[in-house]
Design a protein around this ligand. Structure first.
Ligand code: 2DT
Ligand code: MG
Length: 218
């Protein structure tokens, strides 16, 4: 019998600052998993296709203004409206790969000055990622990439402040959920070099997970 049949899919999250190569690497990983005969699904956050996502999109493109707390809660609500589908897919053996998640939510809002504990709360008990890959790239490299500066938050000072908050988020994840849940990845080099690095880190969890889906911050 197939040993993987009793296993659920892994929930893998990619995090990092803007233009570090997350979206490229998320797509590469989904392709590679599918090529190896595994079922995988990409979930982008924010998911700009929903009603809430459209409000977030207007905010990010500076077509709308919003109170910092209100937009923080909308980003979280955007995850909650996708949470049941993520759980369902994981339980049916699909590997779900998210391009950003609650950790971006905390890091970016805290960088604007909202209290860290406030930023943490709304995402409490969302599905817990089995692995978060935090991609790092020197700011001067990210800033040179095309399209940097197009959206709200894409300024050097905001990226620097967010980088500091991501370090605190990493501490929270590892202290509450364990060292194995957060891995920093050097995102410099060619697309293929980074993809190989990531493939090595994903390793056997791509074959499925035995335990239950955890709950964030619980
Ligand atoms: P993309 O460029 O990846 O579409 O992100 N953000 C994202 C937040 O402020 N809070 C969140 O909860 C999430 C998921 C990071 C658009 C921007 O939105 C920020 C960059
Ligand atoms: Mg962006």
């Amino acid at each position: 019998s197939d040993p993987s049949s009793s296993r659920r899919g892994a929930f893998i999250v990619f995090e990092g600052l803007d233009r570090c190569g997350k979206s490229t690497q998320v797509s590469k990983l989904v392709e590679r998993l599918e090529r190896e005969g595994r079922k995988a699904r990409l979930q982008k956050f924010p998911d700009r296709t929903t009603a809430i996502g459209k409000m977030i999109d207007a905010y990010l493109q500076s077509k709308a203004e919003m109170d910092d707390h209100a937009i923080h809660l909308l980003f979280s609500a955007n995850r909650w409206e996708c949470a049941a589908a993520i759980k369902k897919d994981l339980e049916s053996g699909i590997t779900v790969i998210a391009d950003r998640y609650a950790f971006s939510g905390i890091a970016f809002s805290a960088a604007k000055g909202l209290p860290f504990d406030f930023c943490l709360q709304p995402d409490t008990s969302l599905p817990l990622p089995d692995l978060t890959l935090y991609l790092t790239l020197p700011q001067e490299v990210a800033s040179q990439r095309s399209q940097f500066g197009e959206e709200r938050y894409e300024t050097i000072s905001m990226q620097q402040a967010t980088r500091e908050q991501f370090a605190l988020v990493a501490q929270q994840v590892t202290s509450r959920h364990g060292e194995s849940k957060w891995t920093q990845v050097d995102a410099s080099g060619t697309i293929e070099q980074v993809a190989d690095r990531i493939w090595g880190l994903v390793g056997e969890i791509a074959d499925g997970i035995e335990g239950d889906i955890g709950r964030l911050w619980v």
